[in-house]
Design a protein. Structure first.
Ligand code: AMP
Ligand code: GLY
Length: 418
């Protein structure tokens, strides 16, 4: 029997575990997570730690025989957990640290995009470098976006007109040289996620749109993401075939060039895992890169895995053997999902709120995130981050919308959704 290690214990990882356990191949799943996700707890041998650190993973793999690992969140990827696993002969779905920089450093990413000849797809940008005058003149002629380098759970980007009105409001004393100022782009955003085997073979998921602002009408602060949608026929209304083809081509170019970059530095394998291109299509029909992530999107990955027709475990085996040969296939329904989050999110809440889910709600459409269960009482509580993801499928986005906002009334607690 296969022994699989999943790292992470949020809703995305709960869906990964679900798909693995739906496979025709039996497996024994282990999970290293940061909370006792009740679904993951039932389906795997779950070990909970405050942080997933290399020494914890090393101890774990010394005590357990693991055939392959899947890493969900970006923090362990930044911290080189894949290097540790690969060095111990455990193939890993999740790239080595050197490749993960495409997400973990926004400055590395923009410079890499320039270096490989894709600068046409970046907005105008400038790295702070302590040159206040230069930044001021850059910001005078246009609306800007300020991006702090490093990982900030989707909250390290400040957009003019939304998070601040005028350049003078930016606290320069708080800024070191690890900040990028970008021209603000206006248009429709989408995510194009691909998966690759470490040897440059790549398959693409359909495009999907997430919405990151906390409140209706795209107001409020940026969050890890509040929900996502895809229309029927694996499409989004504002994209045509050429747009999708271009985004796929850009994702592939990033992978190919990261692989060459790794090869020069003698890193093996090449990029293996998911790559998530975040794009914006502007009103004048141009495509720009917002950023790249080195993992499956959350929650986009939940909806995409739910629609995936292939046996996910078998796909993982192809990836970890270094030979991806199967074409991905997806169901063609429209789908929409929203996160229910604790009342004060994205601020940290230390209070645990009761969650009541009406029994008539289809359990298959609920994915547990940052919640815990009182086993004796069979009762759910929210923790500090995104609690539950609820999704539906339908004939169109409108159909999904009607179903979802009707169903979701059956979940009660101190929770917010949009
Ligand atoms: P990121 O963490 O880079 O995905 O950025 C979070 C959000 O900030 C994106 O989903 C966009 O809504 C917004 N954003 C980032 N860069 C830009 C840009 N150059 N122009 C407009 N919006 C942006
Ligand atoms: N959907 C946002 C993220 O995964 O970062």
């Amino acid at each position: 029997m296969l022994n699989i290690l999943v790292i992470g214990s949020g809703a995305r990882e709960a869906m990964i575990v679900r798909k693995l356990s739906e496979s025709k191949q039996n497996s024994n799943i282990y999970c290293l997570g940061t909370s006792r996700n009740p679904y993951i707890d039932k389906k795997t041998n779950l070990y909970v730690h405050d942080f997933i650190l290399t020494d914890i993973v090393l101890k774990f793999i010394n005590e357990n025989l693991i055939d392959f690992a899947i890493i969900g969140p970006e923090v362990p990827l930044r911290d080189g957990i894949s290097n540790l696993l690969e060095n111990n002969d455990i193939p890993c779905i999740g790239p080595l640290k050197i490749y993960a920089q495409i997400e973990t450093s926004k400055i590395f990413a923009r410079k890499f995009i320039d270096k490989i000849g894709l600068s046409n797809y970046s907005p105008n940008y400038i790295v702070f470098n302590n040159n206040y005058e230069k930044i001021k003149s850059f910001s005078e002629s246009k609306k800007i976006v300020v991006k702090y380098d490093g990982l900030h759970s989707g909250k390290g980007v400040k957009v003019q007109g939304v998070d601040f009105n005028d350049f003078s409001e930016i606290d320069i004393s708080n800024i070191n040289d690890n900040v990028i100022f970008e021209e603000k782009l206006e248009g429709e955003e989408f995510s194009l996620i691909s998966v690759t085997d470490g040897n440059g073979r790549i398959q693409h998921f359909p495009p999907i749109q997430d919405y990151k602002r906390l409140l209706n009408n795209d107001l409020g602060p940026n969050t890890g993401s509040m929900g996502c949608l895809i229309n029927n026929n694996n499409s989004l209304d504002f994209l045509n075939e050429n747009d999708i083809f271009l985004a796929e081509k850009i994702n592939k170019q990033i992978i190919d060039n990261l692989n060459s970059f790794g090869k020069i530095k003698n890193y093996r394998p090449g990029y293996r895992g998911f790559i998530y291109g975040s794009y914006i299509k502007t009103k004048d029909d141009k495509l720009y890169i917002i950023e790249f992530n080195c993992r499956l999107g959350d929650p986009e990955g939940i909806i995409l895995l739910n629609m995936l027709k292939n046996d996910f475990l078998e796909l993982c085996l192809e990836l970890t053997s270094g030979y991806l040969k199967t074409d991905l296939e997806f169901r063609k329904n429209a789908s929409l999902g929203v996160y229910l989050v604790p009342k004060n999110y994205p601020k940290k809440t230390y209070e645990k709120y009761d969650i009541y889910i009406n029994k008539s709600l289809n359990k298959q459409n609920i994915v547990y995130g940052n919640v815990e269960e009182d086993i004796k009482e069979l009762h759910l509580y929210s923790l500090s981050s995104r609690s539950l993801f609820y999704f539906v499928e339908g004939t169109s986005i409108l159909d999904c919308r009607n179903k979802l906002y009707n169903d979701i009334k059956l979940v009660n607690g101190n929770l917010h959704y949009r």
